[in-house]
Design a binder for this molecule. Structure first.
Ligand code: FES
Ligand code: FES
Length: 167
């Protein structure tokens, strides 16, 4: 809540408690109201697999799954996600086995610097769950929010096609 002193000065709001289930672990944290989900993950919880590229909703490097839907976490306030289930790149593998998309990205050499890769993989997981993309062109269209500055696009599409076949 914004505090206004008798002198009319406005002080910074208090931190707000947020409860999230992140990668199947219930997590409570206190954040300033303007903290994005991306900063909550990276700065408060050390989940640095999710990358900050543009911080303006334009590159997709920060893509995570919230309640199984892909979002740009730089464009979401953490306090707005109270009670949500969040899956980051750190939560995709299970029982020591890579997620089919992680394996497919390795199989198809679908990265160079790797900076966009966590976002690409989380976005592709969302894409597969949506079930809308069937063809390579549709994959390209529905993945167009995820930019790869290394231009590994043909390999990324091939990796997603492999994972779609496996899922
Ligand atoms: Fe979020 Fe670029 S960092 S879209
Ligand atoms: Fe370098 Fe995509 S692998 S930006």
């Amino acid at each position: 809540m914004v505090q206004v002193s008798s002198a009319g000065q406005i002080s910074a709001p208090e931190k707000i408690s947020v409860e999230l289930t992140i990668n199947n672990i219930k997590t409570e944290l206190k954040v300033a109201p303007w903290t994005t989900l991306l900063d909550a993950l990276r700065e408060h919880l050390d989940l640095t697999g999710t990358k900050k590229g543009c911080d303006h909703g334009q590159c997709g490097a920060c893509t995570v799954l919230v309640n199984d839907r892909r979002i740009n976490s730089c464009m979401a306030l953490a306090v707005m996600q109270d009670g949500a289930k969040v899956t980051t790149i750190e939560g995709l593998a299970s029982n020591g086995a890579l997620h089919p998309l992680q394996q497919a990205f390795i199989d198809h050499d679908a990265f160079q610097c790797g900076y966009c890769t966590p976002g690409q993989i989380c976005s592709a997981a969302g894409l597969i769950a949506e079930g809308k993309a069937k063809t390579a062109d549709e994959i390209r269209e529905f993945m167009s929010g995820n930019i790869c500055r290394c231009a590994a696009y043909p390999n990324i599409v091939a990796a997603i096609q492999q994972a779609m076949g496996a899922s």
